[in-house]
Ligand binder design. Sequence first.
Ligand SMILES: [Zn+2]
Length: 319
Amino acid sequence: MKKILLIIAIVIFTTLLLPLAIVWLVGLGGEGNTGSLESGSVSVYVADAGRAEDMGINQYLKCVVAAEMPADFETEALKAQAVAARTYLYSRIEDAANGNIAEGHNGAAICTDSTHCQAYISEEERRESWGAAADEKWDKISAAVEETSGRIMTYNGNIISAVFHSTSSGNTEAAVDVWGSDIPYLQSVESEGDRLSPKYSSSLTLSEEEFKNKIDENISGTDWTGELVSNINRSNAGGIISLDVGGVNIKGSELRNIFSLSSANVELTRENGNITMSVKGYGHGVGMSQYGANYLASQGMGYEEILKYYYTGVDIETR
Ligand SMILES: [Zn+2]
C-alpha cells in the first residue's frame, strides 16, 4: 500500500508539480520583472524616486540619449549614441535574464545612476530645461531612437560592452591601457574632431605644497626628498597608465581622481614653485568619443560607420 502511495506521489510530482516549479523558476529568472526584448519593456530602477518602473525600451532610451548627448548634435551622432545606449541596455537585460542583477537595482535590470549604469533624464525634466525648443529637440532625439529601433552592436555574436566618453585626447584609449584587460573591439583609434570639442583642454595649477598635501591625503608612504613626479608610463594614445608620485607608484586614473581632472591624459610641468597639470580630453577615453562622433557625422558619416570606426570589428544587428 505504502509503495503504491509513493508511486502516486512521484507521478503527481513529476507530471504536475515539477513542470509548475520549472515554469515558476524560469519566469522569475527571465521575463518575470526585469523586462524582455519580446515585451518591448524593461524594469528601470529610478534612483531619484527610489523605486523600479516599467518603461518601454525606446522611451527609456530616449531619456538616456537626452541625458548623454546635446540634442543639437548631428542626427547620425545621436543615432550612434542611441545604438550604444541600447547595446548597454540589452547586455543588462541579458544579465538580468541570467539571474545576474546588480545590488541596489531593487530587482530591476538597469538603473538611472550615471556612475553605475547610464545617465537618464525624464522627458518632463528635459522639456523643462529646453524651454521653447523642447518639441523640436525631443522630436530629434525620438527619431534617432525610433529609426535605430532594435539595432545593437555585437562582436562574434556577443553583445559588446559599448563604453563611450565625451572627448578623447585626439586618439581614443585602448581598454587594456585604462582597465588592464585587452578587449578586441576597444582599441585606440584616431579621433581628430575631438580637438574642436569645448571639453578638449583644461588645466589645474597648484603650489608644490598643495600638490604634495593633496597626494598625502589620498596615498600613504610618499617620500618627498626625491623627485616629485617620475617614471611616467604612457599609453600610445598619451594617457598616463602609471607614474611615481613622491616615490609611490599610482595609476593614471588615481591621479585623475585625486585632483578631479577631466582625464588621465596629463602633462605635468613645474615652474616657480608651482605644478601645472595640463589635461587633454574629457572622460576615460575608451570606445566612442561623443564629440568625435559628432565631428564624423558633420563630415557625412552615417551612424553605422561611426560605430564601426570607434568599436573595432563589431557587427551591427537587429534584435
Ligand atoms: Zn545600475
